[in-house]
Every structure is written in C-alpha cells, then in structure tokens.
Design a binder for this molecule. Structure first.
Ligand code: PEP
Ligand code: MG
Length: 858
C-alpha cells in the first residue's frame, strides 16, 4: 500500500503485522496531501475528528495521554512518500512537550527531559515556523563555547535547560511567535508543515533528479516516541541487513548510545559500528539479527532499518528496501538466488541496467605512487579526480565551465544535492556509512569517502586543513571510494574489468534474451574490448574514425584536395593498405561473428580545418598552398553540415572512395580466410533515402567486390545493406529492402531528421525543452517512441514484407539505452548495437525486456 501510505507508513504497518516491536501510531495517507494541494492547502471535512479518533487509540495502547502532565504521550511526526527521498522532507520529534510537561518530566529525569524539549523546540521552529537553522544552531554552539565543552553528550541537565530556554527566546525573536504550548496545536501545525515540505526547493530538485512525479504527495506518520536518549541503557541506530557497499551478507550499520535517531544520520558525532552493539547490548543485537532475517524473508530484499533501544528494549522505527551500489546489487541478487530467496528472473529484474555502467568506472592504477592525505570510510566505490571545491553552488558552476571537481564538506545536507550531482566525487570530514553524503553518493553511483576526521574545512578561507597541510580551493585531489582514501594530486586511473559476479548475472541474462547485442567499434582495440564484454559482433564500424589518427588524416586530406580523379586515386591507394590492415585486425578480434562495416558517411569538410589559423598550419604541414586549401574549405562549407553532402551521396559523386573501402574489406576478409579466420563481413551504406540511389551505389560496391574475387578466383560470403536514417527511408522500406540485404536503424540521424532538430545544435535549447517538460527525456539518448518509434515500426513492417529474413538492428546511441532497448525488443528487431562499455547494460536490458514482455510467436 505504498502509494497510499507512503513507503515508511506501509512498511511500519507491515512490520507491526509481522509481530515486530513497532511503537504504536497511525499514518495520514498521501490522498490527504494531494487533496491539500488541490484545495488551496486545506483538509477534507471530518479530517480533524478522524485524527483525534486514532490519537485516542494510540493513547489506549500506550497507556499514556497526549498532553498529560504525569504520563505524557509524545509523538514523532514524519514524512514518507511512495519512494524514499532521504532527508528531503521534514520531521518533528518529541512533539507534545511544553514548559509544564517538561518540568514535570524533569523531576524524574532532568537531563533527558530538557534535552528532548530542546530538540522539540529546534525542530518545530525549523520545520513549522521556518526559523533559519544556522541561527537555531548558534544557541547550542554558544553554550558549548562558554562551558568549553566539545560534545553534546558532555552537557549536564542544567545545561540543557539553559539551552532549551535560550532557544525558546531566540525563536520568539526570530519569528515573532511563541512555540505553541497546546500539544494539539503542535500536532496540527506539524502535520501541515510536513505536507508543505513536499514542495520545498530541495525536495523539488530531488524529484527532478530522480524522476519522481510531483503529484504523488507525501504521507504523514504520526507515531508514539520511543527514546534512545533516555539513559545509558538506550541508543539509536541505523543499519542494513547486508552491506550496501559490497553486498556481503552481514548486519551492517552504526549506532550512538544515548542519542536520538537524528544524531546518527546527521553525521555530527561519528557513530559506533554495529558490531559493537554485540558487546554493549548483546540481547538487542541478537534480536536485531533475528528481525533482519524475518524482514528479508518477507520483503525478499536487503532492508535499510532504523531502530531505537529504550532502556534495554529494542524498537523498530523503519524498514525499507536499501539503496546499494551496483556492485552490491549484483552480489546480493546472486546470493539471494543461491539462498532460495528469489528466482533468477527476479534477480535479473532487480538490477537497474543503467547502474551496470558503474562497474566500468576506472580505478586507480595499483602501482601509481600515492601520497595518502587522509583516510575515512569507503562510502561509495570508484576513483575520482578533481579540483577541491567547498561550496555546492560553486561545484555546479565550475562543472558547467568544464572543470572536474571533488566536493569537500564537513558533512553534507539535503541542500547540497545539486553540487553533489555535479561533482566527480564527494568527501566529508564527518559522518558514517549511513550519513547523508554516503546514501546520496551511492544512489548517484559516485565515489565517496566520509568521516575523514583529520580534515577540517574552513569555509570562510575556502581551504581545508589536513593535519599540518593546507589544501586550497582549486588544488587537485584523488578520491578512492573503494578504499576510503584521499590522495594528493591527480592519480592515473586504469580501465575497468568485468567482475565474476556480474559475468554470472550476464550469463543468466543471455539465456533470457531474444535480442542480440552487438557493439559499435571502430578500432581493433575496441573490437577486442567489445568481445570481452560479450558483444556478438560489430553492428557499426564507422570507417571515418579510422582516418582520424594523426598520421592518417593528412593522407585523407590530400585525397579530398585532389584536383582530378587520377590524383584522388593516388591518394586512395595510400589509404587502402591502412584500412585493410585495420579490417584484418578487427576481423581477427571478431572471429566467427558478423562485422558490419559502414562506408564513409560524414561530409568531407569535417576532415578539413575551419579557422584561418588552422588552415595555415595544415597548409604548411601537408605542403598545399594556403589559398588552394582555403578555397577548398570554403567550397565545402555547409550551412547545416549534417544534412548535406554526406552518406551515400558522397559515393554518387565520388564512387572511388567506396570502391577503395570495398577493396579493403574484401581483401582483408580474403587475407583472414587464408589464415583460417572465419569472417562474416557486411557492408553497410549510410543515409539511403531512395532505392534507386541505393541501387547505384550498391551495384558499384558489388562490382568491385566481385571483380576482386574473380581475379583471385576465390569466394567469400558478404552482404550489402543499408542504414535507415531518414523518415523517407522508413516509409519506402519495402522498396529499399528488395535491394538491401539488411537494415540498421541509425537513430541518431533518424531522430534529428524526424524532429528537425540538428544533433549538433540541440544542446543549446534542449535543456529548456526538458525543463518545460515538452520532452520527458532527451530524444537523442532515449528513443522518441511516438515519433521516431512509429517510423521504426513502419520500417520494420514494410522492410520484412519484401524480404522475410531481412536482418534488422539499431546502431544509434539508443542501442545502449535500457528503455529504448525495451522498445527495440517489442518492435521485433534482431539486435541492438552500442558502445563496448554499454554492451553489458544492453545484455541485461534485453533480458529484462523479454522477461517483462515475451514476444508473440508469429
Ligand atoms: C546514426 O545516425 O544513428 C548512426 C549510428 O550514425 P552516425 O551517428 O555515425 O551518424
Ligand atoms: Mg548516421
């Protein structure tokens, strides 16, 4: 019932049902929140009466009374949306205290009573009355200074009374209002404040980052308090039923003796590891282990729990599915299948394919010389290098300007998420594995080190002190989130490898998918990488990328500048052996798998310099007169470069280029055949818009291939197909398929031509389109289903009509995007092709697509 009760409320109810120790309480549903916003921030009729009814039930169950002097019932009022938004919305604890009740409570346990009252005033003033937190913080800081105390725990009962009373006065000064003394007023206002916290700027940012709809609303959990700060036999803690960083099966987390829950996550005191609970509260520890098991058995997943020990008794305050690193997600899914907790199918569906990319984050070279600057906790794995920045807003700004930054804070708070999202990595001086910084970084898949206690950040001076060293804003550091270490300077990183666990998951995925996964690879190195990652061939080898190497480009430029066919032929002759040797290496790397090679596509001016300075440099380098070069550059200039003289249009005017490329492919294939390397070359012609055009170019290609084979008296199987990149080609797919032996949707171009948005210029205005929700997602990264998608469906249907066994794939960027892959599966494509690092992502996505919508047999 998460939609109605929010995640927290639904799971509290579930824990109570399972017979676990949960403090009594009730949940106000998300429906009330949506009503609240639709009706000018008011409640449905009878709402107040309903609340009072449930309040009375809790009073009965607890044997206490709300507002009573002798035996007062206190509440926590907490938000809870459908999905957890850690720290984004507001909470008020210890609600129900006032001057009189506190004084009465203080007769028995003064330190506890005044400490709770101070907390209540603080939270109520912050959340409900909108007083600035930093101002509220000042009161405690000032008293600690006066008394020369470091930790909150050192404050006496009398100190807390002073702090509470001073804080009350300060609230009056800050807001011009009194903290309400009537508990019912407190409750009523707190409920409204929690609803309002759904629309704070930070909550809105979080929703945007995590694609959470604005109209879901939050529930409000009104729950009786249990006190981790009651005495030395009390504590508050948070934990995970398995290690969220590594996935290891162990109760993992931390706690603080004599503290309330907020203290643990706020990162103000560094808490103790949960293993120490075993020593201090052995029976609670045992019970917690038992409860963890029950929760995992019920929820069939790793849980993130909050608990409180009140005077030696354990209480469960929350459970939810825990956030985890991609590494942990994979390990847990594997282990849970082995434990019989979940099926293979569930394991495959549980891993977010996008997070798999984080497996391929680089790590620091083992042998790199490291100067360890500081050590902390390994909160989120990976390696990050960047300039030190202390301010989240500045981090965002610098990243916009092209810098790489590491955000360093004493601790992070929900207000910092924009800076965290921009940074390469996050480093905090305080906090534990469940601190805000740790949770958010893990969710974002960013390297993070927390609790590096030797660091002190001086925000005013914009520098940090680490022991004797001073690190200034802009200095470079390297962050190792796997080891929890911080190094001085820029360390070298090394490319990643596939882990054993991930391999196992991917093998299962391979058994469940229908779509083949090929790779876009242009060099032998990429081809080998793609094979390592499980690619079943190359779906797109962009031959132009072979010309970009520094020593090759000048030869290609000479070819472009040739004054006649003879000169061009001469230049092409020089390129031929280079292309051929590349193809041989690629075929070798892809032995036995198809290799789809696309003939030259981009317009020729892409290979020439643009500015006068560049033209001068080139003219000296390749020894072509400046003026000649400049004239050529000008004659090739295009207004919209990606819609001009490119693709097979080049071959209509300069057939020699494709002939040379065909020769290189066929000769390379023959060479491999001689060496008994099995090759399956497929020659792909880009940007076809008409069957006649394709016919002319394909015929030339075929003639060239046949001529070589005839001369050598040898045979080889090869195919000639086309990319489908223009709406017209989709519509005329039946005609084109009569000539082309295969199709590959080039959705980068198909998107730009369908939307009429140039792929090179989109960046200037697309962000606005996303912000204004004209597009839900960037159509160049996630397929525009309604427009481009429909054209693809038409292309598939019409293409297959003329050629039943037409092989159809996709090789645009979308081939590595999980939701586009799902579409390709449903549209009946044979394969997706994507960059080597996304091959594993695609393998899993293809399996998920098939598991959630198996194809109809036809
Ligand atoms: C495409 O257009 O989708 C494609 C793969 O080709 P390119 O990106 O090289 O234009
Ligand atoms: Mg293209």
């Amino acid at each position: 019932m998460k939609n109605l009760l929010g995640g927290k409320g639904a799971n509290l109810a579930q824990m109570a049902k399972l017979g676990l120790p949960v403090p009594p309480g009730f949940t106000i549903s998300t429906e009330i929140c949506t009503y609240f916003y639709r009706h000018n921030q008011s409640y449905p009729p009878g709402f107040e009466k309903e609340i009072k009814k449930y309040l009375a039930l809790v009073e009965k169950e607890k044997g206490q009374k709300f507002g009573d002097l002798k035996n007062p019932l206190l509440f926590s009022v907490r938000s809870g949306a459908r999905v957890s938004m850690p720290g984004m919305m507001d909470t008020v604890l210890n609600l129900g205290l006032n001057d009189q009740i506190t004084k009465t409570l203080a007769q028995k346990n003064p330190r506890f009573a005044w400490n709770c009252y101070w907390r209540f005033i603080f939270m109520f003033a912050d959340v409900v009355m909108g007083a600035p937190k930093e101002e509220l913080d000042e009161v405690l800081i000032a008293l600690k200074k006066e008394k020369n105390l470091k930790q909150d725990i050192e404050l006496s009962a009398a100190d807390w009374q002073v702090v509470a009373e001073r804080l009350k006065t300060k609230v009056r000064h800050l807001t011009g209002k009194e903290i309400p003394q009537n508990p019912w007023d407190q409750l009523w206002q707190a409920i409204g404040a929690v609803f309002k916290s759904w629309n704070t700027p930070r909550a809105i940012t979080y929703r945007k980052l995590n694609k959470i709809p604005d109209d879901w609303g939050t529930a409000v959990n009104v729950q009786s308090m249990v006190f981790g700060n009651l005495n030395e036999k009390s504590a508050s803690g948070v934990g995970f039923t398995r290690n969220p960083s590594t996935g290891k099966k162990e109760l993992y987390g931390e706690f603080l003796p004599n503290a309330q829950g907020e203290d643990v996550v706020a990162g103000l005191r560094t808490p103790k590891p949960i293993s120490e609970l075993k020593k201090i509260f052995p029976s609670c520890y045992r019970e917690l282990l038992k409860i963890s098991k029950i929760l995992e058995q019920y929820f069939k997943d790793m849980q993130d729990i909050e608990f409180t020990i009140e005077n030696g008794k354990l209480w469960m305050l929350q459970t939810r599915t825990g956030k985890r690193t991609a590494q942990a997600a994979v390990k847990m899914a594997l282990d849970m299948v082995k434990e019989g907790l979940i099926s293979k199918k569930e394991a495959l569906l549980r891993i977010d394919p996008k997070t798999i990319e984080t497996f391929f984050k680089p790590s620091f070279e083992e042998k790199a010389k490291k100067e360890v600057l500081a050590k902390g906790l390994p909160a989120s794995p990976g390696a990050a290098v960047g300039e030190v920045v202390f301010d989240p807003g500045e981090a965002e700004k610098l990243v916009d300007q092209g810098h790489q930054v590491i955000l360093v804070r004493m601790e992070t708070s929900p207000d910092d998420i924009h800076g965290m999202a921009a940074a390469e990595g996050i480093l905090t001086a305080r906090g534990g594995m469940t601190s805000h910084a740790a949770l958010v970084s893990r969710a974002m898949g960013k390297p993070c080190v927390v609790g590096a206690e030797s660091i002190y950040v001086d925000y005013q001076k914009q520098q940090m002190m680490v022991n004797e060293k001073i690190i200034k804003k802009g200095d470079f550091i390297s962050l190792n989130g796997t080891a929890g270490e911080v190094y001085l300077g820029k360390l070298k990183t090394q490319p990643p490898q596939i882990s054993k666990d991930l391999n196992q998951i991917l093998k299962w995925a391979d058994q469940k998918r229908k779509l083949k996964v090929l790779a876009n690879a242009d060099t032998p190195l990429q081809a080998r990488q793609a094979r390592d990652f499980g690619a079943q061939g190359i779906g797109l080898c962009r031959t132009e990328h072979m010309f970009f190497a520094e020593e090759r480009l000048p030869i290609f430029q000479k070819m472009i500048l040739a004054k006649d066919q003879k000169e061009r032929a001469l230049a092409l002759k020089k390129i031929l052996p280079l292309q051929k040797s590349d193809f041989i290496e690629i075929f070798k790397a892809m032995e036995g798998w198809p290799v789809i090679i696309r003939l030259l596509d981009p317009p020729l001016h892409e290979f020439l310099p643009k500015t006068e300075k560049e033209i001068k440099e080139l003219s000296a380098k390749i020894k072509v007169p400046f003026l000649k070069l400049k004239t050529k550059v000008e004659s090739l200039a295009e207004l919209n470069p990606m819609l001009g003289h490119r693709g097979l249009r080049l071959a209509i005017t300069f057939p020699e280029i494709y002939e040379m490329q065909t020769q290189a492919i066929i000769e390379a294939a023959l060479d491999c055949k001689k060496r008994k390397i099995k090759v399956i070359p497929e020659i792909m012609i880009p940007l076809t818009l008409d069957v006649e055009e394709f016919k002319i170019v394909a015929q030339k290609v075929r003639e060239k291939a046949e001529q070589i084979l005839k001369n050598k008296k040898l045979k080889i199987d090869y195919k000639i197909g086309t990319m489908i990149e223009l709406p017209r080609a989709c519509l005329l797919a039946d005609q084109i398929a009569r000539e082309a032996e295969f199709f590959s949707f080039g959705t980068n171009d198909l998107t730009q031509t369908t939307l009429g948005i140039s792929r090179d210029d989109a960046g200037r205005f697309l962000p606005q389109y996303l912000e204004k929700k004209i597009f839900k997602e960037d159509p160049f990264s996630s397929l525009d289903r309604s427009g481009v998608g429909e054209l693809i469906e038409i292309g598939v249907k019409r293409g297959k009509k003329s050629r039943k066994d037409l092989e159809i794939g996709i090789c645009g960027e979308h081939g590595g995007d999980p939701s586009s892959i799902d579409f390709c599966h449903r549209a009946g494509l044979d394969y997706v092709s994507c960059s080597p690092f996304r091959v594993p992502v695609a393998r899993l996505s293809a399996a998920q697509a098939n598991l959630t919508s198996p194809l109809r047999k036809n």
